[in-house]
Design a protein around this ligand. Structure first.
Ligand SMILES: [Zn+2]
Ligand SMILES: [Zn+2]
Length: 226
């Protein structure tokens, strides 16, 4: 038995749901665009979760989020154009999908809505539980300590976001940092800018489920007059 398209009679395959490609693309959706999408957003720092990463919200990232949530069938050289209005609960607007389906140019516009889903990013979760991997101990006079703290405030976002708390004391200040990587970067930056040097040490804090040692790192930054 010979297969043929019930709509146009064409015998040229392949067939999708019994229809030839050209009839299929006329009758069926080429993409599935959910009318409402949920976008996880951290209620503390405002980062959004796109493709399993917490990132700064931007038009570019929203586009990546859309592309990740739209299922495209049979569309090649696909491009996605979004016209969205942002408000405090999310985005609303249209997205146009264009490309080639079975050799024909297609473009179709879909209405959609992106709603923020209140979440807490990993970083903020750790902060809330006051988890930290490292401590920077600044040992300096009051004036220099103030200068160093001011300097830390001017560092880039990523490292600054990792700081859990800063406690000033008689000998200087203690800075608690979520990730050891950021702590080391901060200590190095202080070393460079204040022409001092730091001493690194670590103590065993425990052993995790996988049997890996959990260390707490300490960076001691001492200025010349201390
Ligand atoms: Zn057909
Ligand atoms: Zn956050």
């Amino acid at each position: 038995m010979k297969l043929f398209c019930p709509k146009c009679g064409s015998e040229k395959g392949p067939f999708i749901n019994h229809l030839c490609k050209s009839c299929y693309s006329e009758e069926n959706e080429l993409a599935v665009v959910p009318r409402k999408m949920l976008l996880p957003k951290c209620k503390r720092c405002g980062l959004i979760l796109v493709k399993r990463h917490w990132v700064e919200e931007s038009n570019e990232k929203i586009k990546v989020f859309l592309a990740d949530n739209i299922r495209k069938f049979y569309v090649d050289d696909c491009s996605l154009e979004a016209k969205l209005e942002k408000d405090f609960i999310g985005y609303k607007g249209k997205v146009c999908i264009s490309g080639k389906a079975f050799g024909k140019n297609v473009d179709k516009t879909y209405e959609l809505e992106i709603r923020y889903e209140q979440k807490q990013c990993d970083q903020c979760k750790k902060k809330a539980s006051s988890y930290y991997e490292a401590e920077i101990q600044i040992r300096a006079d009051k004036e220099t300590t103030e200068k160093i703290i001011y300097f830390i405030e001017s560092l880039n976002e990523i490292e600054k976001r990792d700081i859990v708390k800063k406690i000033k004391n008689k000998r200087g200040a203690d800075i608690f940092v979520i990730s050891n990587r950021s702590a080391k970067k901060i200590a190095k930056a202080i070393e460079r800018s204040f022409k001092t040097c730091f001493k690194a040490s670590s103590t065993l804090r425990g052993i995790n489920k996988n049997g890996k040692e959990q260390l707490r790192h300490t960076y001691l930054v001492r200025t010349a007059n201390k």
